[in-house]
Write a protein that binds this ligand. Structure first.
Ligand code: ZN
Length: 388
């Protein structure tokens, strides 16, 4: 632990010398909603043809140790396999139950990925409108809610915003001004296509009033703006663990060792972690550690791997992780040079589980999760009050 602190101390020193502290001050002036969804249409997976063959080749090699073929050949082969498996789905699952767990995972993983990638090609219109934004807004603040429409006539949508319950001010562009604590129900309708969606939003005076998991676009979020309830103790979620094992296995097949270091941390554990950093850095601790009740680790959706040293980024393991973790549903949560947005310095070892579809979108967007969701990350309470 001491070694870890010293390493970060040295690197923090470097960060200060290079002027990173100025960025931290800008946290309050973060631009709003970089995630533009107003103009709607359908979410398609962002992929380039160069990525696809890399993915399929890699995995196919791992499974069958097949000779290297051209990307086209590999893709065709994998797709054929996937299709075959689909038609005999029930038989396959029965027969594979006897196989060792690890082997089953490796063989099924690439097929799932390939299938998911093929799906977006024939565009399916599900005829929905989805209201996007957080389920909590602080009193006295505003948030511009957006929406996403999946419909053939999405471009001709005539959109109407309404507040169907609670108090506050809602503008024509979806901006909601929170005036008094309570619950408001926002509604967005696409009148011309007969679609609508609602979202319940808690208006709270302070982070201490939040006794539920904060979500943005339905995604659980913990950062400096959005806290986690003190008694929320889900442990490391199964989906996080399973996805990590899949990632670890895939890395191993490429000669890369990714090790689990730290997963779920309770509020009480975070008290100790934060206090430890505070002893070393006093107020600078906020740059490297979340205050109790603000850690993503408490959501059971984050994992620290290998080593919490910046040098990890340039190791084969760190490079592999940054390039490939999205394939297994993770993102590098605190990217280099984004402290003014995420609220934390670069953490090449900290991965956040989002599920494959969203992780892929975030990865190829090049954005931080905050920018992707159009949210900010700064403490509403300036000073941390230490618990005795
Ligand atoms: Zn972490």
């Amino acid at each position: 632990m001491n070694k870890i602190k010293r390493t970060v101390a040295v690197l923090l020193g470097i960060a200060v010398l290079t002027g990173c502290t100025a960025e931290a001050v800008q946290a309050n002036t973060m631009p709003a909603a970089a995630y533009v969804t107003d103009e709607t249409t359908i979410t398609t997976t962002v992929t380039t043809t160069t990525e696809k063959p890399v993915l399929t080749t890699t995995i196919t090699e791992g499974v069958t140790a097949a000779p290297v073929t051209s990307p086209e050949e590999t893709t065709v082969k994998t797709i054929t396999e996937a299709t075959t498996e689909k038609t005999t789905a029930s038989t396959t699952s029965v027969s594979t139950t006897t196989a060792p767990k690890a082997t089953t995972k490796v063989t099924t993983a690439p097929k799932t990925t390939t299938t998911a990638k093929r799906e977006p090609k024939p565009v399916k219109y599900t005829n929905t409108i989805t209201l996007l934004g957080p389920n909590v807004v602080y009193t006295g603040e505003s948030f511009k809610f957006t929406y996403k429409i999946s419909h053939r006539n999405a471009e001709r949508a005539s959109v109407l915003w309404q507040m169907v319950g609670g108090s506050g001010k809602l503008y024509n562009d979806g901006t909601f001004e929170a005036t008094a604590p309570g619950i408001v129900t926002l509604k967005v309708s696409d009148i011309s296509n007969g679609l609508s969606d609602t979202l319940e939003v808690h208006v709270v005076d302070s982070p201490e009033d939040i006794d539920f998991v904060c979500e943005v676009n339905g995604i659980p979020i913990a950062n400096k703006t959005y806290p986690v309830p003190k008694d929320y103790n889900p442990g490391l979620l199964t989906e996080t663990y399973d996805a990590f094992m899949e990632l670890k296995q895939a890395a191993y097949l490429e000669g890369i060792e990714i090790n689990f270091m730290s997963g779920f941390r309770s509020y009480q554990e975070q008290v100790e972690v934060y206090h430890g950093w505070n002893d070393v850095y006093s107020e600078q601790a906020d740059r490297v550690s979340a205050r109790p009740g603000h850690s993503e680790h408490q959501l059971g959706l984050a994992i620290d791997v290998n080593s919490i040293e910046f040098t990890f980024a340039d190791t084969p393991e760190g490079l592999w992780l940054a390039e490939n973790c999205w394939k297994y549903g993770f993102i590098i949560r605190y990217k280099e040079g984004t402290e003014h947005i995420t609220g934390y310095i670069y953490e090449p070892w900290h991965i956040r589980y989002l599920g494959k579809e969203i992780a892929e979108e975030v990865h190829f967007s090049g954005l931080t999760l905050e920018e992707y969701l159009g949210i900010d990350s700064y403490y509403r309470i300036e000073e941390y009050v230490f618990e005795e």
